[in-house]
Design a protein around this ligand. Structure first.
Ligand code: SAH
Length: 401
C-alpha cells in the first residue's frame, strides 16, 4: 500500500480546486515513510480521498498533486501526459516541429508534469528535472521521449531550483550524443545558434518568441539598445524589421560571442550592430552622465529584458528597486517619443506591481510615459487556470514623451 498524507481540517480546498501544491503547513500527518519523489495518496481530514501526489520531505512544497483520479498513475499515465503535452505544441506551433524548429514541449505544472521542463531544439531535447518527483521518474521520462519523438540526443541542464528541493546538481547527456557545437534552430524564419550544454537556462529564451515578433515592427528605422541582450535574439528580429542600428549590451562574453555569430548568420553586417560587455546598471549611468555630444548615447528604442531579480518573497523589495533603477535610467536615455520595451520574468512581481514600478520610474525620470501594449510569455509556456503561479513573464511597450 502506498504512503498517505492526511491534511489538516479545512486545508483540502485548494487541492479540491485542482491547485497542485500541498505546503508542509497543510499536512496533519504522514502515514508510512515515503522517499523523496515517491507517489503518495492524499486524504482530507475526514478521510475522503483527494489525489495522488509526489512527496518531497526536503521541500516547503511537501507534495505536488499529479492526478485526481483514483486509478494508480502507471507508466501509461505518464506517457499519455507527455504525449498530450507534445500534441498541444504540434497543434499550436506546427513550425516548431520542422527539422530545426524549437519550442518548449513540457512546461511543468502547466502540463500536469510538475517540475519537468523539456525544450526541443531541432533534433535535440534539453530536459530539466526540478522536483523530487521529476527526478525520480527521469529515466522513465527519457524512455517515453525517445519513443514519442526519436530525438538525436537528450541533454540535462542544472538549475538553482534543484538545490532548494534538496536535489544534487545534475547535468549531461541522458540519451544519444549531444552536439559538440551550438545547435542551429529556426524561430519564425530567423536562425540562431544555441549552446545546449553551456548556455543559460536550457540555452535559449523561448518564452520571448512571440514578444520578439510583436516588437519587431516598432524597430523599423530605429537606433536600438538591446540591454541584457544574451545571444542577440531581439536584435536579429529588430534588424530584420529595418532597425538602423542595434547595440547589444550584456555582462556575459560567451553570450555576446554567440550574439555576433547569430547576427552574421542572419546576414547583418557589422555596420548595423555592435557588442558591449558591461553591467547594465553601471553602463546606463555612464551614458546618462555623459553629454550626448561627448559619448553620452541616446536611443530611439530600448529593450530591457533582465534576468529574474526575485526568487523568494524576501527579495521582492530589492527586486522592485532594481527594476525601477534600470527603467528610470532607460527612460532618461530615450530620445523624445522613444519606445521602451521592458520586461520582468520574476513571477513574484505581478503585472500590477510591475506597472507601479514603471509609474515610479517615469516620475523620477521626469518623463510622461504611456503603455501601448502588454507582453506575456509565449504560447508554449501556457498557464493552467488552476495554477496561476505559472504566469511569470510580463512586459510593456511604453511610449516615452
Ligand atoms: N533578451 C534575451 C534574454 C535575456 S537573459 C533573449 O531574448 O534571448 C538575461 C541576460 O542578462 C543574460 O544574458 C545575462 O548574461 C545578462 N545579465 C544579467 N545581469 C546583468 C547585468 N547586471 N548587466 C548586464 N547583463 C546582465
Amino acid at each position: 500500500m502506498s504512503a498517505r498524507l492526511h491534511l489538516r481540517p479545512g486545508k483540502e480546498k485548494p487541492l479540491r480546486q485542482r491547485h497542485p501544491w500541498i505546503f508542509s503547513g497543510a499536512i496533519q500527518r504522514v502515514q508510512g515513510q515515503p522517499a523523496p519523489g515517491e507517489i503518495v495518496a492524499v486524504h482530507a481530514a475526514d478521510g475522503a480521498w483527494l489525489a495522488w501526489a509526489e512527496f518531497n520531505p526536503h521541500s516547503q512544497i511537501r507534495a505536488r498533486a499529479i492526478s485526481w483520479e483514483q486509478a494508480w498513475p502507471d507508466e501509461a499515465f505518464w506517457r499519455a501526459r507527455l504525449a498530450a503535452s507534445i500534441a498541444r505544441r504540434r497543434q499550436l506551433l506546427p513550425a516548431a516541429f520542422a527539422e530545426v524548429g524549437a519550442c518548449r514541449l513540457v512546461f511543468a505544472e502547466s502540463d500536469g508534469l510538475p517540475g519537468l521542463i523539456v525544450d526541443r531544439y531541432g533534433p535535440h531535447l534539453v530536459l530539466q528535472a526540478l522536483t523530487a518527483g521529476a527526478e525520480a521518474r527521469k529515466a522513465e521520462t527519457v524512455r517515453h521521449l525517445v519513443d514519442l519523438l526519436q530525438p538525436a540526443s537528450i541533454v540535462e541542464r542544472d538549475d538553482p531550483m534543484r538545490g532548494k528541493e534538496g536535489l544534487p546538481p545534475a547535468a549531461g547527456a541522458l540519451y544519444g550524443q549531444p552536439p559538440a557545437e551550438p545547435a542551429l534552430i529556426d524561430e519564425q524564419g530567423h536562425r540562431f545558434l544555441v549552446d545546449l550544454a553551456g548556455g543559460q537556462k536550457t540555452g535559449f529564451y523561448l518564452d520571448q518568441a512571440g514578444n520578439r515578433a510583436d516588437l519587431a515592427p516598432y524597430c523599423a528605422g530605429a537606433e536600438v539598445l538591446n540591454a541584457f541582450s544574451y545571444t542577440g535574439a531581439f536584435s536579429v528580429y529588430a534588424l530584420a524589421a529595418g532597425a538602423r542600428h542595434v547595440l547589444n549590451l550584456d555582462a556575459s562574453a560567451e553570450a555576446l560571442d554567440l550574439a555576433a555569430r547569430n547576427l552574421a548568420l542572419n546576414g547583418f553586417g557589422p555596420e548595423r550592430w555592435a557588442l558591449m560587455q558591461a553591467d547594465v546598471f553601471t553602463q546606463l549611468r555612464v551614458w546618462r552622465d555623459a553629454d550626448p555630444q561627448a559619448g553620452g548615447r541616446r536611443f530611439d528604442l530600448i529593450i530591457l529584458d533582465p534576468p529574474k531579480f526575485a526568487s523568494s518573497r524576501g527579495q521582492i523589495d530589492r527586486a522592485a528597486r532594481g527594476y525601477k533603477d534600470i527603467n528610470w535610467l532607460a527612460m532618461r536615455l530615450l530620445r523624445p517619443g522613444g519606445l521602451l520595451a521592458t520586461f520582468s520574468c520574476s513571477g513574484l512581481i505581478d503585472r500590477d506591481l510591475f506597472q507601479k514600478i514603471l509609474f515610479a520610474a517615469a516620475l523620477d525620470a521626469g518623463r510622461e510615459a504611456r503603455i501601448l501594449r502588454q507582453f506575456s510569455q509565449a504560447v508554449d509556456h501556457p498557464v493552467l487556470l488552476t495554477f496561476p503561479e505559472a504566469a511569470y513573464l510580463k512586459g510593456c511597450l511604453c511610449h516615452v514623451a
